[in-house]
Design a protein around this ligand. Structure first.
Ligand code: SAH
Length: 353
């Protein structure tokens, strides 16, 4: 029998699991707190549990406790981790320090299948989904490492969250649970490249999180040239899905728009963008596209981004220019990549033999 990863279980699931071992419900609550609030990495740390139960858990269970294979800190305080999962796969996680608190940017898959032409995370395809506990453990690892509380989460690391829908939903349940790290849905943002059926499915759960759509272009020709997903779900499907989402959840959507010189940054594009989303009360986040090896794109300069933003505002669309954190350690949007554990170890050995 495969071991059960305790970190993956919601409180009701853990209660049921322990009931099968003949344990009362209060044990489940205690153990859930050890795993999701006290963030233990070793079962023996649960000092209030009977020896016999710990023995049973040792025989049947594991905890998601990724190893920090590399830690890089940016001038701006951003920290990027290369984390190795139990099976040797590596992903990246980023901790950003904002005035309102610490935000962790989590990966949801090992690699990504979406194929966006500007993004490093997808260059080697998708290897597998991360489990709910593995995603939660990204946050717990950053919290343990820094000794600082994490108040906000963005699902904007490697992977397409809506392409790993069930695990992501369970992850949200784990971290918003009062018996766990208790991060409120309003402090969570989920970003998607635009998987329309999954946007509708997410809407039906009526979560109070912020949905971000990676839009990047206001017409199908340009968007398809940047994002293959647009062929399956073009703008005439995506934008109505966004409107439905707002109507059902009562939450405003935010659109991400990475600015590429000569591709999506002209005044004509600003007008098209405004026409596409005006009246939704939506918010546009502009960022210069970040450099990625093998990408054909270069960034719009700051002056032009400011002009583009002003045009959107004048046309009645709310827009801000997003701060770029962690670019000096390749931790900015689209720069995260899965990595080979072996390669990471070799690099480490080269640096500090
Ligand atoms: N798959 C999800 C989650 C990734 S979030 C999604 O597509 O939304 C990462 C954000 O960074 C997305 O908006 C993505 O489009 C954007 N991005 C990817 N590569 C980038 C790059 N090179 N420069 C700027 N933004 C990039």
């Amino acid at each position: 029998m495969d071991p059960v990863c305790l970190t993956d279980l919601t409180l009701p699931e853990l209660t049921e699991y322990l009931a099968q071992l003949g344990q009362p419900a209060f044990r489940a609550k205690q153990i859930f707190k050890w795993v999701h609030q006290k963030l233990i990495t070793d079962l023996d740390a649960m000092t209030d549990q009977p020896k016999a139960l710990l023995q049973q858990l040792h025989e049947r269970c594991t905890l998601a406790a990724p190893a920090i294979r590399r830690r890089q800190q940016s001038k701006d305080g951003t920290v990027k981790y290369l984390l190795e999962m139990a099976d040797g796969n590596c992903i990246e996680t980023v901790l950003m320090r904002y005035h309102y608190g610490n935000t962790v940017c989590v990966s949801t898959q090992v690699g990504c299948a979406m194929g966006c032409r500007f993004c490093a995370s997808t260059q080697a395809g998708r290897v597998r989904d991360l489990t709910p506990g593995e995603i939660a453990a990204e946050i717990y690892t950053a919290q343990r490492d820094t000794g600082e509380r994490v108040s906000h989460i963005v699902l904007m690391g490697i992977g397409e969250p809506l392409h790993n829908f069930d695990n992501v939903l369970k992850f949200l349940t784990l971290i918003s649970c009062p018996e766990g790290v208790n991060i409120g849905m309003r402090n969570i943002s989920l970003s998607t490249c635009g998987l329309v059926p999954k946007i509708d499915e997410l809407a039906s759960h009526k979560l109070q999180l912020t949905l971000s759509i990676s839009l990047h272009a206001p017409d199908n020709a340009v968007r398809s040239s940047m994002m293959p997903v647009n062929d399956a779900y073009p703008l005439e499907k995506l934008i109505p899905a966004c409107r439905r989402y707002q109507k059902i959840t009562g939450r405003r959507i935010s659109f991400e728009y990475s600015m590429v010189r000569g591709v999506n940054d002209s005044p004509a594009m600003a007008r098209k963008l405004a026409d596409l989303i005006r009246g939704m009360g939506a918010h546009v986040n502009l960022i210069p596209i970040n450099p990625v090896d093998g990408s054909p794109y270069s960034a719009t300069d700051e002056e032009n981004i400011r002009r583009f933003r002003q045009m959107l505002e004048d046309l009645g669309v709310n827009a801000t220019v997003r701060r770029r954190l962690g670019a000096d350690i390749s931790a900015a949007c689209g720069q995260l990549r899965r990595e080979d554990a072996a390669a990471a170890r070799e690099e480490k050995e080269r640096k500090d033999p």
